[in-house]
Design a protein around this ligand. Structure first.
Ligand SMILES: Cc1cc2nc3c(=O)[nH]c(=O)nc-3n(C[C@H](O)[C@H](O)[C@H](O)COP(=O)(O)OP(=O)(O)OC[C@H]3O[C@@H](n4cnc5c(N)ncnc54)[C@H](O)[C@@H]3O)c2cc1C
Length: 550
């Protein structure tokens, strides 16, 4: 930890030497002593200390200096470091100026020169002031801060985005945090500019888009190369595995992700069945490890960028991104996975992001402290969310249409839920309505025909998924539900003969367009497991090599 600083300023070299010597003698074990010889120099030092977020405990300034007086230095110190203790050094003749400064600069003390002996006239006063500073000083938080309203959907999106990139951030609710209000005002913003992101580099970004926020976090959003060997669309487990294998095997590999790395797995609070992690790990951690690994091996990432279309030009595949730019590549791996189905009852759309969440249990769990929350769905993702939320919420209700969880959830999760006293299963039930003005306040639950309105802080929905393939279904053959057909499944489809013109059959993960592959949950017949998605992503790279060798 950095030692706190005592800054002293005096234009008289002799006095400056004397005060510096005395301060060092008594305080140097615990404090760094900085001394400067003019008012302008002191103002500059204060700015620099602030920019470096140094802890400034005390400023001792001589009043009578030619360009900038001591009071001005102390006033500036107060603006930049509100909790710093401020002491004016004065000659007897300047006592009245010092007394006036008690109000104007909110002086903590004035010391008369000379202060001999320091054991009586200097140290006791400064020790008291430093003890008071230590008691109230909160070490400054230097990371990213997100200031907004708890029920703002945009705030929720940004929280999700930051967590997805494992960016440690401090969330400050504008309504309840005086610190948040002060920070917003100090940067010249108001409530209509929220959410406001204060970045670690000092930038303040009001109502940022995810793209803008990504730029400030140093995440690339433009491809670096003219042509790639392989572009992977989607950075879920499957896409991340393809990136690791592609880059490690020397392919020029680009991954395009529309949100955050990890895909569905990234939203999982605890994955317990992934090989090699006996105590489980969070999806975000798994994603971050894989992402770091792929980047280290040389894969290029751009995000948040959505691929909106795909076509073939001069034998190359050309992908169009949501910002209109294009990427050329020899091969493509589609690893776009699936997205959550929405629950179609009154109030859900309106309150989405303001108490109604799709798969966001991790991001919003803390805001549910000691409240009642509801989960809709009986699959493993719902079970994991229930276990995670139960550590924060007062009660967690799982709403399912069936009689029990055995048909849809793994046995280990059912057992964990059974042993968690604050989780209650509501069988033969469904949600009829989400209620609330500007945020969720209650849900209407139908239990076997009995309808009841129950208070709810949050409603988390896990009712199945659909493949994220709308944009590509015209290029590649999909099944009736939109899952991409590959390999043997494709060969058996009646449309195969009309589109496949190569002498060979498609490779195992190849779509009806040679050189375009599909892996993971968006592929017809996929297993919807992290391990199988990872397996398919890595296998796809083997087929890319075979295709490029043709
Ligand atoms: C909450 C939850 C918990 C789970 N827990 C487990 C578990 O414990 N064990 C287990 O084995 N499985 C678990 N699963 C299932 C597992 O997470 C999925 O099977 C796995 O994530 C599928 O990986 P994927 O890469 O195929 O697709 P996804 O994970 O769905 O990733 C697809 C990615 O593609 C991106 N994308 C989509 N379209 C585009 C586009 N046009 N342009 C750019 N990017 C795009 C998406 O943003 C996403 O990041 C869980 C799923 C959920 C939702």
């Amino acid at each position: 930890m950095k030692k706190p600083i005592i800054l002293t300023v005096d234009d008289d070299a002799q006095v400056l030497n004397a005060i510096t010597r005395d301060l060092r003698q008594e305080f140097r074990q615990e404090y760094r002593i900085l001394s400067v010889n003019s008012g302008p120099e002191a103002l500059k030092t204060l700015d620099e200390l602030r920019a470096r977020a140094e802890p400034l405990a005390l400023v001792l300034a001589d009043q009578r200096m030619p360009e900038v007086e001591g009071v001005e230095v102390l006033t500036r110190a107060r603006e930049l470091f509100p909790d710093t203790k401020r002491v004016l050094l004065t000659a007897y003749a300047d006592t009245s100026a010092a007394i006036r400064a008690i109000n104007s600069a909110q002086l903590d003390y004035y010391l008369l020169k000379p202060w001999d002996p320091p054991e009586h006239l200097l140290y006791p006063t400064l020790e008291d002031l430093l003890a008071a500073w230590q008691a109230t000083h909160k070490p400054r938080y230097d990371g990213v801060r997100l200031i907004g309203f708890q029920w703002s959907p945009l705030s929720h999106e940004l929280k999700d985005f930051l967590s997805g990139y494992m960016v440690g951030y401090q969330w400050l609710d504008y309504e309840t945090s005086p610190e948040a209000q002060a920070l917003v005002k100090a940067r010249g913003f108001g409530p209509t500019d929220l959410p406001l992101v204060l970045c670690a580099d000092g930038a303040a970004v009001p109502r940022p888009t995810k793209g803008l926020l990504a730029e400030h976090l140093g995440i690339a959003n433009k491809p670096q190369q003219e042509l790639y060997d392989v572009v992977v669309v989607g950075a879920g487990p499957s896409g991340l595995a393809a990136a690791v294998y592609g880059a490690s095997e020397g392919l020029k590999t680009l991954v395009v992700e529309r949100q955050t790395p990890g895909g569905q797995a990234g939203t999982s609070s605890r994955i317990e069945n992934y090989l090699g992690f006996p105590t489980g790990l969070s999806g975000a951690e798994l994603a971050f490890r894989a992402w770091t690994q792929a980047v280290r091996l040389g894969a290029e990432f751009i995000a948040p960028q959505e691929v909106s279309s795909l076509c073939i030009q001069d034998g190359y595949k050309v992908l169009t991104l949501s910002n209109g730019s294009e990427v050329r590549t020899k091969a493509v791996i589609l690893t776009t996975g699936v997205s959550y189905r929405t629950l179609d009852v009154p109030g859900m759309d309106r309150l989405s992001g303001a108490g109604v969440y799709y798969g966001a249990a991790r991001t919003e769990a803390r805001s549910c402290d000691q409240e009642d929350v509801y989960i809709v769905g009986g699959g493993n993702s719902a079970g994991q969310a229930a276990m995670y939320l139960a550590t924060y919420a007062r009660r967690v209700f799982i709403v399912i249409r069936g009689a029990n969880l055995s048909a849809s959830m793994s046995a280990y999760l059912i057992e964990q839920i059974r042993n968690t006293p604050n989780i209650e299963l509501l069988p033969h039930s469904h949600i009829r309505e989400a209620c609330g003005q500007d945020h969720l306040e209650a849900v209407v639950v139908d239990r076997n025909g009995t309808v009841e309105k129950r208070p709810a802080r949050a409603l988390f929905v896990f009712i199945g998924t659909r493949p994220s393939t709308e944009w590509v279904c015209e290029q590649v053959i999909c099944d009736g539900k939109g899952f991409v057909l590959t390999g043997r499944d494709l060969v058996q489809d009646p449309r195969y003969g009309q589109v496949w013109k190569k002498d060979r059959e498609p490779y195992l993960l190849e779509t009806c367009v040679p050189g375009i592959f599909s892996a993971g949950d968006s592929r017809a017949g996929a297993m919807a497991r992290v391990a199988s998605a990872v397996g398919e992503g890595s296998m796809a790279i083997k087929f890319v090599h075979q295709y490029l060798d043709e």
